[in-house]
Write a protein that binds this ligand. Structure first.
Ligand code: TTP
Ligand code: MG
Length: 397
C-alpha cells in the first residue's frame, strides 16, 4: 500500500507531566499515587507538585508553608536536580531517534520537527506523535503530553490542552476557527501587562487581534506587536533548532594599538561579555564554559577556559570569569587581540529555577534584572543608548 503524503510542516511539542514529582514517584514506588511536592530548600517555594497534590490546590511557585496548609499529608521533598537532568537527557535521546531536529526548550520540554518524516516512517504525522508519546513512556517510565501543529507556538499550546498524558493535534484546516476562540493570553509572550493593555482594547481572543492593523500593534507593543499580529493568524516562522547547530557564542577585538594595560583589557572584556551575554539571552541560551582568548604582538595565541557548575548568560558572570582568567594568565607580552566566548550550552535554556536561585549565592538575581533592563532599553533605543557603569573597578585594577 502506498500512502500519499503532503509537504505539510509539522512540529511536535512535548512537555513532561509534573516532571520533578513524577521522577520521584518513579524512583520511589511508595510515593506513587500520593501527593508529592518538590519545594526549594531555603526559599521555600514549590517548584512542582504531583497531580495528586494539585487536587488540593498546590501549585508551582506557591510558598511551601501554604502548600502544607492545603495538603498537610503530602510528601515534601527537596528534589535532586542531577537526577532530573539525567531523565531529561534520556527523554531527549528518545526524541532524537525519531528526528534529527530536536530542540530542548527546558528541562522537561522539547520541540521536534517532524516535517518530511511521514515518508521515512510511512505513517502520517498524527500517527507518528502517538508512537513517540508511547515510546517516551516505555523508555523513561514517565508520562508526557504532546501537541502537534504546523508551527511552534501552536504545538506548545496544543501540548497543554490534554494534560496529563495527552496527545493533541491541531490540523491546518481547524486552525482558523481555533484562533478565533483562543484566549489571547494563551499566546506565548502575552504576560500580565500585555494582557491588561489588550483587555483595555477589548481584545479577548487571538481572532480579535486582527481588528487592528499590524502597524497599530507595533506602535502599541513594540517588536512584540508584530509577533502578536502574526501569531494571531497562526504564523510562526521560528525553526526548530537542534543543539548541535549552536555550539558557542563569542566576541573578540583586535586593537588599533597593542596593549597590556589591565584596565584597557578588562574594559574590552566587559564590552564583549555584554555582547555575548546579550546574544545568549536573546536566544534563551546559557553556557557552562567561559573561554578567554588572547593573541600577543608576536601572533602567538593562548586560550584559557573555566567551566562553571551552572550555565550562565549573565553579562557580569561572564565578565568576572573572563577577568579572573586574564589575571591568572598574567600576560607579560603586549596583546593585540582579546576575546571571550561561552560554550557548553546546557541541554535546556535556563528557567527561573528555584534550584538555581539557591545555588547562586552571589547576587545573580540582581544581575539578571540589570541584564533584562539593559536588554529592553537597547531593544527600544539602540545599542549605544546605555553604557554599563564601571561599578566593577575592583576587577580592572
Ligand atoms: P513545568 O512543565 O512547568 O511543570 P511540570 O512538568 O511540573 O507540570 P506540568 O504537568 O504542568 O507540565 O515545569 C517543568 C519542571 O521545571 C517542573 O517539574 C519543575 C521545574 N520548575 C521549576 O524548577 N521552577 C518553576 O518555577 C517551574 C514552573 C518549574
Ligand atoms: Mg511539564
Amino acid at each position: 500500500m502506498f500512502t500519499q503524503f503532503t509537504d505539510q510542516r509539522w512540529i511536535m511539542h512535548l512537555d513532561m507531566d509534573a516532571f520533578f514529582a513524577s521522577v520521584e514517584q518513579l524512583d520511589m514506588p511508595a510515593y506513587r499515587g500520593k501527593p508529592v511536592v518538590i519545594g526549594g530548600a531555603q526559599r521555600g517555594v514549590v517548584s512542582t507538585a504531583s497531580y495528586e497534590a494539585r487536587v488540593f490546590g498546590v501549585r508551582s511557585a506557591m510558598p511551601v508553608f501554604q502548600a502544607r496548609k492545603l495538603c498537610p499529608h503530602g510528601i515534601y521533598l527537596r528534589g535532586n536536580r542531577k537526577r532530573y537532568e539525567e531523565k531529561s537527557h534520556e527523554i531527549m535521546e528518545v526524541l532524537k531517534d525519531f528526528s534529527p531536529l530536536v530542540e530542548a526548550a527546558s528541562i522537561d520540554e522539547a520541540y521536534v520537527d517532524l516535517t518530511g518524516l511521514e515518508r521515512v516512517f510511512d505513517m502520517e504525522a498524527v500517527a507518528l506523535v502517538r508512537v513517540i508519546h508511547k515510546k517516551v513512556y516505555e523508555v523513561s517510565g514517565l508520562t508526557c503530553s504532546v501537541g502537534l501543529a504546523p508551527v511552534k507556538f501552536l504545538a506548545k499550546i496544543a501540548s497543554d490542552m490534554r494534560k496529563p498524558n495527552g496527545v493533541s493535534v491541531l490540523l491546518p484546516k481547524d486552525i482558523p476557527a481555533f484562533l478565533q476562540a483562543l484566549p489571547v493570553q494563551k499566546i506565548p509572550g502575552v504576560g500580565k501587562r500585555t494582557l491588561e493593555i489588550l483587555r483595555g482594547l477589548g481584545i479577548a481572543t487571538a481572532g480579535d487581534v486582527m481588528r487592528f492593523p499590524e502597524e497599530f500593534w507595533q506602535r502599541k507593543l513594540g517588536k512584540f506587536g508584530g509577533d502578536l499580529y502574526q501569531r494571531a493568524q497562526g504564523i510562526d516562522n521560528r525553526p526548530v533548532v537542534a543543539e548541535y547547530e549552536r555550539k558557542s557564542e563569542s566576541a573578540e577585538n583586535t586593537f588599533a594599538e597593542n596593549t597590556k594595560d589591565m584596565r584597557v583589557l578588562t574594559d574590552w572584556l566587559l564590552q564583549q561579555s555584554e555582547r555575548v551575554g546579550r546574544s545568549l539571552r536573546k536566544q534563551k541560551l546559557a553556557g557552562r564554559t567561559i573561554t578567554l582568548k588572547v593573541k600577543f604582538e608576536d601572533f602567538t595565541q593562548v586560550t584559557r577556559s573555566k567551566t562553571l557548575r551552572d550555565t550562565t548568560n549573565s553579562t557580569m558572570r561572564i565578565y568576572e570569569v573572563a577577568c579572573g582568567l586574564l589575571r591568572e594568565l598574567n600576560p607579560q607580552k603586549m596583546i593585540r587581540l582579546i576575546g571571550v566566548g561561552v560554550s557548553q550550552f546546557g541541554q535546556f535554556e535556563q528557567q527561573l529555577s528555584l534550584f538555581d536561585i539557591e545555588r547562586e549565592p552571589r547576587d545573580e538575581q540582581h544581575d539578571k534584572s540589570l541584564d533584562e533592563t539593559l536588554d529592553t532599553l537597547r531593544d527600544r533605543f539602540g545599542h549605544d543608548v546605555v553604557v554599563r557603569g564601571k561599578l566593577f573597578d575592583k576587577n580592572s585594577g
